[in-house]
Design a protein around this ligand. Structure first.
Ligand code: HEM
Length: 300
C-alpha cells in the first residue's frame, strides 16, 4: 500500500490529479450537465483511485455502479444488527455481495497483470484484492470526498461556519487543511491492547482536532497558518508509527495522496467556478459532518 499510495509513488502526482479533475469538470461544462453533489464528485474520486491502485480505467457506468453500491453499503453499516438479519434487508443487500465478488475477480486480474505474473498463492491474491476494495470503498473512497464536499459546502452554503469564504488559488490549501481539522473525516482511531483483543480503545481524532490546549479558537472555522496544521494535526493517525517494526504502524498510507486529491480537485474547480451556480439549500453540520445533497448548474 505504501508503495502505491505514498508520496514517492510513481502512480500519481499533483499536476496529473489537477489535470484529471479539470478534464472531468470540463465534461459537465461542455455538455451543460448539472454536477450533482455528492455522487458526481465520488465518481471522479473512484475513477482516479482505481487508476492509482491498479491501473484500472473505470467507465462512467462502472463508476456510477460503484458509487451506488458504496452508498448502500454505508447505509448497512449504520443499521442495527437485528434489522440486518431480517430477510427482506438481506435480500436487498444480496446484490452488493455479488458486486463485491465481481470486483474481487476484476481486481485480482488487474493485480496479476500489473505484477507481470503472480508467484504467490491464490489466497494472497484474494487478500490483496480485498484490501484494495477496502481502500477504495471505505478508507480512501470516503474521506477524500468528504473533505472536498465539506470545502465546497463551507464556501457555498448560506449556513457556512465561515461566511464570505472565497475559493481561489491562495485559499485552496488552508481551506483543505481546516476542513480536515474542523470536520474530522475520520473521527476515531481504534486499537486493541494485544492479540487477545481483551480491551478496545478508541482515540477520538475529532476531539483531538478541537482540543483547546492545542488549537487556538478550536471551535472557529478559520484559515490558519499551514505550518500550524502541519505541526498539530493528527488526522491521519500521524503519531501511530512504530519505527522498530513498520508493520505495526497505523498511520494513513495515503496522507499525501489525499491532500493532493483534495487540493487538486478544488484548484481545478476554482479555475472554473464562474461556470457554475448552486441550486438547492446546502445543510452542513460540523463533526461527523452531515451534508444535504445539492447541485451545481452550468451557467455559460
Ligand atoms: C483526508 C483524507 C484521509 C484521512 C483523514 C485519513 C485518515 C486515516 C486514518 C486516521 C487511518 C488509521 C485508521 C485505522 O487504522 O483505524 C487511515 C488508514 C488508512 N487509510 Fe486513510 N485517510 C485519508 C485518505 C485516504 C486515502 C485517499 C486512502 C487511499 C486511497 C486511504 C487509505 C488508507 C488505508 C489503506 C488505511 C489502512 C492502513 C493500515 O491499516 O495499514 N486513506 N487513514
Amino acid at each position: 500500500m505504501d508503495n502505491i499510495l505514498g508520496s514517492d509513488s510513481d502512480r500519481w502526482n499533483a499536476d496529473d490529479i489537477q489535470r484529471s479533475a479539470g478534464e472531468y469538470i470540463d465534461r459537465f461544462i461542455q455538455s451543460r450537465t448539472t454536477f450533482k453533489m455528492h455522487n458526481d464528485l465520488k465518481k471522479w474520486i473512484q475513477k482516479y483511485l482505481h487508476m492509482v491502485h491498479m491501473n484500472i480505467e473505470l467507465s462512467d457506468e462502472e463508476a456510477t455502479k460503484f458509487v451506488k453500491v458504496q452508498n448502500k453499503v454505508l447505509t448497512s453499516v449504520v443499521l442495527p444488527e437485528c434489522l440486518l438479519n431480517c430477510c427482506c434487508i438481506k435480500a436487498a443487500f444480496k446484490g452488493n455481495l455479488d458486486f463485491r465478488a465481481q470486483l474481487l475477480q476484476k481486481y485480482a486480474g488487474a493485480i496479476q497483470q500489473h505484477q507481470g505474473g503472480w508467484d504467490r498463492s491464490v489466497e494472497d491474491l484474494t487478500l490483496l484484492a480485498s484490501a484494495m476494495l477496502d481502500s477504495l470503498m471505505f478508507a480512501g473512497g470516503l474521506s477524500v470526498g468528504l473533505v472536498i464536499s465539506c470545502a465546497l459546502g463551507t464556501v457555498y452554503s448560506d449556513e457556512s461556519p465561515c461566511p464570505d469564504l472565497e475559493l481561489n488559488e491562495d485559499t485552496v490549501d488552508p481551506i483543505v487543511w481546516e476542513c480536515v481539522r474542523y470536520y474530522s473525516p475520520v473521527v476515531g482511531f481504534p486499537w486493541y491492547d494485544g492479540p487477545e483483543q481483551a480491551q478496545r480503545t478508541i482515540l477520538s481524532l475529532a476531539s483531538a482536532a478541537r482540543d483547546p490546549d492545542v488549537w487556538s479558537e478550536p471551535e472557529e472555522f478559520k484559515l490558519r497558518d499551514l505550518a500550524e496544521h502541519h505541526r498539530l494535526s493528527v488526522a491521519w493517525a500521524d503519531k501511530a508509527v512504530d519505527p522498530s517494526n513498520p508493520a505495526n504502524s497505523r498511520i494513513c498510507p495515503a496522507k499525501h495522496l489525499s491532500l493532493a486529491m483534495a487540493t487538486g480537485f478544488l484548484r481545478a474547480w476554482a479555475a472554473r467556478k464562474d461556470s457554475f451556480l448552486v441550486q438547492g439549500n446546502i445543510k452542513i453540520t460540523p463533526t461527523t459532518p452531515f451534508m444535504s445533497n445539492w447541485e451545481f448548474i452550468v451557467t455559460q
